[in-house]
Design a protein around this ligand. Structure first.
Ligand code: CTP
Length: 400
């Protein structure tokens, strides 16, 4: 779990985006975090404390004392408890008060007491968001070392369209996970990751491709980068986007392009993880003109592509770590072990297509990792981000 054992204090303020806090809490808890929620009184107009208490499995606090029971909600203790303070959504009002040290509610007192990293996810209408006062206040908060999770573009509750929507919970989760990851573990290491499918042209309009989405490779690139590595992400055609500034992305199309780029980049890298689904065959000849229909059918002549992973395995030095993927339908473990040996890998990640929710296009994956000494670990079905974390941890162990 990406946030196992992490303590997150979530501040919810009075913006319509407060309804998204429920999804955000679920995501954080699902990823192993312990979550405590502090709400402003206006936030309660948008979502009930009961909803957030149920999802966070902790009482929700909003005033300095709980009347009737005579308990003081100690803002100092709360501030010190947290590994990370996240204010989502943050209204213009709360942002303004934070920027100016105003402390007229429990959340602001917690904010002033907290020593941990602070993340702010603004959520408001576009003109409020674009107002110079809000811009100046957000800049001031950044100058304090806080991270502003930029508002996103899109439809707003007012019916207007523009920038002001609170960042989506999935995007917030990614930023928080990165912030709570030890970014010194792979500092100074150059890591090569291949991702996605390759397209082998038949003629100017057609190609042979496969169902790979690139999700696994992109999750790997993000996690290596979060650990401090300089990542070279060589990817075939995909809709996936990379986010971390430590990732240098190189787009390629065919297996031959991927071969040339990867072999060149491998020489300068300490780690290579080949998660791309590279075509094994490519048309012998690419037609310059579009092939016309014929009544007799069409036979395509294919030739073998060069195996990138095997080539890297041949040239690997003792200080380089090489990881391959295998997708097998029969004799899975035996075939994967053969691949591991033949391609001179440090470990191989076996994807099983037999498991529901695993493989192409899914958000989840179920893998078995086999290492050089043939030690085998089978992992449960997990999100691709969590699978990426397991693989990155294994690489870190090998480098240590
Ligand atoms: N791979 C590669 N270059 C290729 C084909 C595959 O680098 N031309 C890499 C993939 O990125 C993956 C691994 O090889 O890490 C395994 O791919 P897979 O298609 O499962 O195996 P193959 O070696 O192609 O063997 P086979 O198709 O016979 O199972």
């Amino acid at each position: 779990m990406l946030l196992a054992g992490k303590k997150i204090l979530l501040g919810v303020t009075g913006s319509i985006a407060a309804y998204k806090s429920a999804f955000l809490i679920r995501l954080l808890v699902k990823n192993g975090a312990e979550v405590k929620v502090v709400m402003t009184s206006d936030a309660k107009e948008f979502i009930t404390p009961l909803t957030l208490a149920t999802l966070s499995k902790n009482p929700v606090l909003s005033s300095f004392s709980s009347s009737g029971v005579g308990t003081w909600n100690n803002h100092v203790e709360l501030g010190l408890w947290a590994d990370l303070l996240l204010i989502a959504p943050a209204t213009a009002n709360t942002i303004g008060k934070m920027a100016n040290g105003i402390c007229d509610n429990l959340l602001l007192a917690v904010y002033l007491s907290a020593r941990c990293k602070t993340f702010i996810a603004p959520g408001m209408d576009l003109d409020m968001h674009a107002h110079p006062a809000v811009t100046a206040n957000l800049k001031k908060l950044q100058s304090f070392g806080h991270i502003v999770l930029e508002a996103e573009d899109g439809e707003l509750a007012s019916g207007l369209n523009g920038k002001g929507r609170m960042a989506e919970p999935e995007h917030i989760l990614e930023k928080i996970t990165n912030a709570l990851t030890d970014d010194t573990l792979l500092k100074g290491k150059r890591v090569l990751v291949t991702a996605g499918p390759t397209y082998e042209n038949i003629d100017p309009v057609r190609f042979i491709g496969n169902h790979s989405s690139g999700k696994m490779g992109f999750a790997l690139a993000e996690d290596f980068a979060a650990h401090g590595a300089q990542v070279i992400l060589i990817t075939g055609p995909t809709d996936e986007k990379h986010h971390h500034p430590n990732i240098k992305r190189i787009d390629v199309v065919s297996a031959a392009d991927m071969f040339n780029t990867t072999v060149k980049e491998f020489r300068k890298s300490q780690v290579a993880v080949m998660s791309a689904a590279v075509a094994d065959f490519t048309p012998q000849k690419v037609e310059i003109r579009k092939i016309k229909k014929s009544s007799t059918g069409l036979t395509l002549k294919l030739k073998k592509t060069k195996d990138i992973l095997a080539e890297l395995g041949k040239n690997k030095t003792r200080n380089q770590v090489l990881v391959g993927f295998a997708l097998e339908t029969d004799n899975e473990i035996e075939n994967a072990k053969k691949k591991l040996h033949n391609k001179n890998l440090d470990f191989i990640v076996l994807n099983s297509l037999k498991n529901k929710g695993s493989g192409f296009k899914h958000e989840t994956n179920q893998v078995t990792v086999i290492d050089k000494n043939l030690g085998t670990s089978t992992f449960p079905l997990k999100s691709k981000q969590e699978v990426a974390r397991d693989i990155v941890n294994k690489v870190i162990q090998l480098l240590a």
